[in-house]
Design a protein around this ligand. Structure first.
Ligand code: PA5
Length: 450
């Protein structure tokens, strides 16, 4: 069972202060469940997992995944933000650290594109794909995101030229809005297989829609177990569950109690490099949901013990405005024992016979004690094992806590108005049709600055 331990925040925030938020949490949960809060047209993720289990979506996705798996050695997933991070988080959590992104003979290699505008990245990607049997999953809810559209334009052309129009039609799949946007127009015109991103599910809450499920299924992982895990967590975090037992409620209340005491930065910590992209997904979920109206806990992340040798110093002794949330994986999948060495030149014989994970767990415990001593409150989330089922639970746990947290903070957790600012400037600078006035204004501003 997933556990949330907030006992190590008590030197900083008493349990009473967390418990005092119970009425606000209850109200937030009711707003989510009854759709009475701001952004209520984007709460389709709330019961998405249980609805998906009861539908044919999983088998439809598996069917399309089977086509891509049969016809491709490489599948490029094009998308950005919520249309990218969920899939990558899950695929990297389960993959072999060295062959996770390469074709291992059973599963196609999964590559990602459309999440940057780097010419060198696209040059290298298209170069790598030359002569390979590749397909593309083009993911964009709006269907107009520049980063993704740009990458897709290149990939579509290359796929058609190298594999022929007929094959390209089979190995290009679109995941987008039902009616709107260029990605929909293109999919319909070209006759691509396509999946719909539900209107009432925002990008960062969409990992359990085809946005995440299709790439994860193509990579060879069990999407049914992932969704089942999430569906179980739906029930475990509903307003019917007592506050103390409701994992998302306790986590949301604890982090907000800390925030109200001046702990403005939350660091998500892992001791497993496979969780690096899970943290990236979490940062997007919380950053876009909470950072608005001049408010919001700043979500950051570290990979330990790697980053104990870089950010560890700051965390131990820097400004005391931080708290840590550690994702701890109880049981690792493989076994490696430290060997005995007769000469013991490295002085490591005191570890001989131990599992490497025992050493890692002591690093984890030692770090927790040191950081709490150093003034860093510590929330610990324990996950039994890195499997599809438990990761599904963890995903939903964080989504629900994010919705609650946003309402506790007094913001709309489901919009992201701030993301538009850079786009407006970029389009004006690039003379995009429709941005003539903005172009004139921005060019005059730059001239005045020169
Ligand atoms: O969470 C969000 O809504 C955003 O991060 C979007 O997912 C991201 O901007 C990509 O948008 P789209 O799917 O429309 O291309």
């Amino acid at each position: 069972m997933i556990k949330v331990d907030i006992s190590k925040i008590r030197d900083f925030v008493e349990w009473d202060a967390v418990k005092a938020l119970e009425p606000e949490v209850k109200k937030a949960l009711e707003m989510l469940e009854h759709g009475t809060g701001e952004g209520n047209d984007y709460i389709g993720w709330m019961d998405l997992a249980s609805r998906t289990i009861a539908s044919t979506l999983i088998s439809d996705i598996k069917e399309t995944a089977a086509v891509l798996r049969k016809e491709c050695d490489v599948v490029v997933v094009a998308g950005i933000g919520g249309s990218y991070l969920g899939a990558r988080a899950v695929i990297e959590a389960f993959g072999n650290s060295f062959i996770q992104l390469v074709n291992d003979g059973k599963n196609p290699q999964i590559l990602f594109a459309g999440h940057n505008i780097s010419e060198d990245y696209l040059f290298e990607l298209t170069g790598y794909l030359k002569g390979r049997r590749f397909g593309v999953i083009n993911i964009s809810k709006s269907g107009t995101t520049t980063e993704t559209a740009l990458a897709f334009r290149l990939l579509k052309k290359q796929c058609e030229e190298e594999r022929g129009k007929e094959t390209a039609r089979r190995v290009i799949v679109a995941i987008t809005d039902a009616k709107r946007g260029a990605a929909r127009t293109c999919a319909d015109k070209e006759g691509y297989r396509s999946f719909i991103i539900p209107d009432n599910v925002g990008g960062r809450y969409s990992v359990l829609t085809p946005v995440g499920l299709l790439p994860i299924a193509v990579a060879g992982y069990d999407i049914e177990q992932l969704v089942r895990g999430a569906a179980v967590m739906e029930g475990m975090t509903s307003s019917a569950v007592a506050f103390e037992e409701n994992l998302s409620a306790v986590y949301a209340a604890a982090r907000n109690a800390l925030y109200r005491k001046g702990k403005k930065i939350e660091i998500l910590v892992n001791f497993q490099p496979k969780l690096h992209y899970f943290s990236e997904w979490w940062k997007q979920l919380y950053g876009e949901s909470e950072g608005k109206d001049g408010k919001g806990i700043y979500p950051s992340s570290v990979d330990f013990s790697t980053d104990l040798h870089s950010m560890g110093q700051w965390i131990q002794q820097g400004e005391r405005t931080i708290f840590e949330t550690v994702i701890s994986i109880d049981k690792v999948r493989h076994s490696v024992l430290v060997p005995q060495d007769e000469e013991n030149l490295d002085g490591l014989n005191f570890l001989a016979g131990k599992h490497v994970d025992e050493v890692n767990k002591m690093a984890e415990l030692g770090t927790q004690l040191a950081h709490v001593d150093g003034g860093v409150p510590n929330i610990r989330i324990t996950v039994p094992e890195l499997t599809e089922y438990w990761l599904g639970q963890l995903i939903y746990f964080f989504e629900k806590a994010c919705g609650i947290s946003g309402y506790l903070l007094g913001v709309n957790p489901f919009n992201q108005p701030g993301v538009e600012a850079y786009k407006k400037n970029m389009f004006a600078l690039l003379d995009k049709p429709g941005y003539e006035e903005e172009s004139k204004a921005i060019k005059a501003r730059l001239k005045n600055q020169a």
